[in-house]
Design a protein around this ligand. Structure first.
Ligand code: CO
Length: 465
């Protein structure tokens, strides 16, 4: 029997896409023991925006969350999403920082590390790959991930070449990451057949979003074309800017005669558990019903779900929602000027913010963000196509673009020293240091709160005795 396996995304991408990653660990702890028996290929539960959200909004230690997930999902592969040399942030870190982060991720319980670079500049995922191999245990899987996008320079042939390169580099699996949900059934068929021919029996994974309404058709073609693993979300957290539904695919697979290894009762139980959780966040406004709808406009603008909901949130904060359509229309123009970067973190934020700025200021590139300037200087890697010469000249002046690897290769250890000094006695572990390196302000606040809370508890306990 043909086999296709499923990765459940409710704990990471579905939560990130629909409700800006505000799902606290306590809200789903009660279902983990069941999820552990569901038969998923993996559970995507960490990385992406979860780390930042834990520290910034949820007063949770992301490492403690990971250890709890490990404890409660002992038989399930735990999967994270890693932004290559950017780790979970928005800028490049030195190689020694990347290596330490991966060492700690595996040590605290991660099995599958899905590694991508926003520009598909694979020099930016090489250090993460090597570290994954170095610290691997028998469960570890290094998944090389391609940021899928459409542009005049992103052809089927180019994607096949990228996959060959990922295989040559030594990745265990390959994932096509269609973050905007713009991959059509036709494209899926040509891509996947071509890639499978080129990489042989290496596991190929498709990650897509329902944003444009294309996902189920695309998955159908992907399955017929030989995909091995697909990403889905429990049905009440599926659709809209999230993934297609786990149970729906399960029933479709049954009639296809495909074994996906899932336990029907358990996946339904998982969904029953999450229904009231979802309702709670609809009621308190954190889950905007807008993100649950289908928006075919993304086929024009190529805007991923998370980017769309962030833009809505930013414009709402600035009382400028009337500029929404204009900002959306500016995005593809900015993207073309920047050499067609795929719209994935951090490029999605950079392109999105620059488009919003261009519209709000009323003059294109009058204000250019520091990040976009750095991108044009080459600090993020090589753009898929040449950057607009006028814009490039405006930022570079007489200077030459830089090679990002020159800086990344410096192993000075300075981040670790700075973090130790800044944290002082608040620091108790290497994980605390790594949190600080990734998100200094949020971590400092979190660790101060942790200390204050413990001191209060200590006083309370003594009085009670
Ligand atoms: Co995604």
């Amino acid at each position: 029997m043909k086999k296709v396996q499923l990765t459940e995304t409710v704990l990471r991408d579905a939560n990130q896409s629909l409700m800006a990653t505000r799902l606290p660990y306590k809200d789903y702890e009660g279902i983990l023991a069941d999820m552990d028996k569901a038969g998923y290929y993996s559970v995507e539960c960490w990385g992406g925006a979860t780390f930042d959200s834990c520290l910034r909004y949820l007063n949770e230690d992301p490492w403690e969350r990971l250890r709890n997930l490990r404890k409660n999902l002992p038989n399930t592969r735990l999967q994270m999403l890693l932004r290559g040399q950017n780790l979970l942030g928005y800028k490049h870190y030195h190689d020694d920082v990347v290596e330490k982060f991966i060492e700690l991720s595996i040590k605290n319980g991660i099995d599958v590390i899905r590694i991508f670079d926003a520009l598909n500049d694979f020099r930016n995922i090489e250090t993460a790959l090597k570290a994954t191999k170095q610290y691997a245990n028998e469960r570890t899987i290094a998944s090389g991930c391609i940021s899928y996008t459409q542009s005049p320079v992103h052809t089927v042939e180019k994607y096949i070449e990228m996959c060959k390169e990922l295989k040559r580099m030594g990745f265990d699996t390959i994932c096509l990451k269609d973050m905007a949900g713009t991959m059509s059934p036709y494209e899926a068929e040509h891509l996947i057949k071509g890639i499978k021919d080129a990489i042989g029996d290496m596991t190929l994974i498709l990650h897509t979003h329902c944003t444009t309404g294309m996902a189920y058709m695309t998955l159908t073609k992907a399955i017929e074309s030989g995909i091995d693993v697909i990403d889905t979300a429990t049905s009440c957290f599926s659709g809209g800017t999230s993934q297609p539904s786990t149970e729906t695919m399960f029933y479709a697979f049954k009639q296809y005669g495909i074994d996906c290894g899932l336990d029907e009762d358990i996946i339904n139980k998982v969904n029953d558990f999450f229904k009231p959780v979802k309702q709670k966040y609809i009621d308190n406004g954190q889950l905007n019903p807008k993100s649950l709808a289908t928006d075919a406009q993304a086929l024009v603008y190529k805007v991923p779900g998370g980017m769309l909901s962030n833009m809505i949130a930013n414009l709402t904060d600035m009382h400028a929602m009337d500029k929404f359509d204009a900002a959306l229309a500016e995005i593809p123009k900015v993207r073309a000027d920047l050499g067609y970067p795929p719209l994935v973190t951090p490029l999605s934020q950079m392109v999105g913010n620059q488009a919003v700025t261009n519209v709000l200021v009323g003059e294109r590139y009058k204000n250019i963000s520091k990040e976009v300037k750095n991108y044009i200087k080459g600090e993020y890697g090589i753009a898929p196509a040449p950057i607009d010469t006028e814009l490039s000249a405006k930022v570079l002046g007489d200077a030459q673009p830089v090679d990002c690897r020159d800086e990344d290769k410096k192993r000075t250890g300075e981040e670790f020293i700075t973090a130790k000094e800044a944290l002082g006695d608040l620091c108790r572990s290497e994980e605390d240091i790594m949190s600080y390196i990734c998100y200094p302000d949020q971590t400092l606040k979190f660790l101060k709160d942790r200390k204050a809370q413990e001191e209060n508890e200590a006083v309370y306990t003594i009085e009670e005795m």
